[in-house]
Every structure is written in C-alpha cells, then in structure tokens.
Design a protein around this ligand. Structure first.
Ligand SMILES: [Zn+2]
Length: 102
C-alpha cells in the first residue's frame, strides 16, 4: 500500500503541465501528456488475466487526449481528470501524482 498522501492544496494547469501545491509546502509539476499516459484506469492499463499477465490494450491517443478539460477530487484520496477526448475514468491516487512528478 502506498503511503497516505493528503490532497494537494492547489491544482493548476500551467501551459502543458499540471502544477500541484501540497499541504506540506512541496510542489509537483507533471506534463499533461505524461499524466494521461499514466492513466491507471482499466481501459488504459488493462487488467491482468487469470494467469496474472497484464494485457495492455492498444490505447489510441489524439491531440485532444492530452488536453485537460477539468478535474475533481474523489473520495478524499484521488484526482479524477476529464480530458478533451471525453476520457474520465482514471482515478489517480495522490501518492501516484507525487510519484509521477518525482
Ligand atoms: Zn484511462
């Protein structure tokens, strides 16, 4: 289990990056394209089959796939972005956001 990470105090889109200000004073910057490619939802990452092998379906991206339309926080533990191509099923635990920015 990843460490529990408190929600970011602020989230902004600056240029092509997501900028996060954490309540401990740290800041993270994640390129939007990297954020989308790291989408943890089942459609993007696939789910392991019965033998535990991960199937990674062919995910196709367009120019709108890396444009952030909006976002919300879910359940106090995750960030849910909505992309301009309509994709919004990815739930990014805050700990994952910190990892992506590392
Ligand atoms: Zn996804």
């Amino acid at each position: 289990m990843p460490a529990i990470v408190a929600p970011p105090a602020r989230v902004d889109v600056i240029g092509q990056e997501l900028a996060l200000a954490w309540s401990d004073g740290g800041e993270s910057f994640i390129p939007l394209e990297a954020l989308r490619r790291a989408c943890p939802c089942a459609a993007c990452k696939g789910e392991p089959d019965v033998l535990g092998r991960g199937e990674n379906p062919r995910v196709s991206y367009g120019p709108q796939s890396f444009e952030l339309r909006g976002f919300k926080f879910v359940g106090g533990y995750a960030f849910q972005p909505t992309w301009n191509d309509g994709h919004e099923s990815g739930l990014y635990p805050f700990a994952l956001l910190r990892e992506l920015a590392a």
